[in-house]
Design a protein around this ligand. Structure first.
Ligand SMILES: NC(=O)c1ccc[n+]([C@@H]2O[C@H](COP(=O)([O-])OP(=O)(O)OC[C@H]3O[C@@H](n4cnc5c(N)ncnc54)[C@H](OP(=O)(O)O)[C@@H]3O)[C@@H](O)[C@H]2O)c1
Length: 305
């Protein structure tokens, strides 16, 4: 964990030659910044995107070894197809893609769009790829997991059909990202696997994420915030990158070290009590298996274990 300028930055990423990574939502925002940094350090990076044309355009801007494959997290058939097409080892999976505060919508499989994309799509993808993963899974959560109003997992109506709210749905999905990481790490440890599950959040980064808000006033405010408060996508990707390459304990959560965790250099940060509850994490896992039809896999035996 040496630093070149006092604060950890992209130059501190050790040589990643020989490693392979998948980054979801890789064609824009934090995703493309994550790809640039990993590929720049020698990783072969697969950009997992829902629009191949935009994926290829983004890949063309990156120096290093990259390829583009189709993945629509809002369609379990697409998730299964992506995983079935994977052959060989995968060192790193970055569950980065996401939608935020959007108007009410459903995925192909009928799940509420934010929970379905941000959590269930990544849940299915991770479990389907897990027998191939050799090093770690990094899932991008958000400070929104602890927004005012105490976000929780609405087990009685996970798709929020009875009472949809754009922020309620986003914070539920980002809380789910952290609970997923907690239970995934518990299961990996129980299975004797060396694979680690970690989570990260970028603080506030100016990306396309804020442009789809269901509320026009909030959208305008976020545009102003993007201009005057947010950090850029490269700074926002640093917590993800730190979680992806540094030697950290499983279930670590990395975010910016500045005030309110809005910006700054990557550091270990705390999560809400709701995001630390192992009972809720297990319950969410069981329900997610039922909803997706994808279960925690049998993992390959570890030599010497
Ligand atoms: N920016 C922030 O301040 C901030 C703060 C906290 C957390 N985050 C988290 O950071 C992550 C990345 O967001 P960002 O800020 O980089 O926003 P972004 O620029 O909008 O990127 C989101 C990416 O997710 C992709 N995506 C959306 N739905 C998808 C689907 N069904 N299947 C596959 N890919 C899909 C988008 O693809 P298209 O281009 O095709 O739409 C896009 O590439 C998200 O998980 C978000 O919750 C961001």
């Amino acid at each position: 964990m040496t630093t070149t300028s006092g604060k950890w930055n992209v130059k501190d990423i050790p040589d990643q030659t020989g490693r392979t990574a998948v980054v979801t939502g890789a064609n824009s925002g934090l995703g493309i910044a994550t790809v640039e940094a990993l590929a720049g350090a020698g990783t072969h990076v697969v950009l997992a995107v829902r629009d191949l044309e935009r994926g290829e355009a983004a890949a063309a801007t990156v120096r290093g070894s990259v390829e583009v494959r189709r993945l629509d997290l809002a369609d379990l058939a697409s998730v299964r197809e992506f995983a079935a097409g994977w052959h060989g080892d995968l060192d790193l999976l970055v569950n980065n893609a996401g939608v935020m505060n959007i108007p009410q919508a459903t995925t192909k499989d009928g799940f509420e769009m934010q929970f379905g994309t941000n959590h269930l799509g990544h849940f299915a993808l991770t479990n389907l790829l897990l027998p191939r993963i050799t090093d770690r899974v990094v899932t991008v959560s958000s400070g929104a997991h602890r927004m005012p109003g105490s976000p929780r997992i609405h087990f009685e109506d996970l798709n929020l059909t009875g009472d949809y709210g754009p922020i309620k749905a986003y914070s539920q999905s980002k809380l789910a990202n952290l609970l997923f990481t907690l239970e995934l790490q518990r299961r990996l440890t129980e299975a004797g696997s060396p694979v680690r599950a970690l989570a990260a959040h970028p603080g506030w980064a100016a990306t396309g994420l804020q442009g789809h808000d269901a509320n026009v006033v909030r959208r305008g405010l976020m545009r102003v915030g993007n201009r005057f408060i947010a950090q850029d996508n490269r700074a926002g990707a640093l917590p993800t990158l730190y979680a992806a390459v540094e030697d950290l304990p499983g279930a670590s959560y990395i975010g910016p070290d500045g005030r309110g965790e809005m910006r700054g250099a990557p550091a270990m940060v705390s999560r809400s009590a709701a995001a630390s509850d192992p009972v809720t994490a297990r319950r969410l896992w069981t329900v997610s298996e039922e909803m997706t039809g994808v279960a925690f896999p049998k993992l390959p035996a570890v030599a010497g274990a």
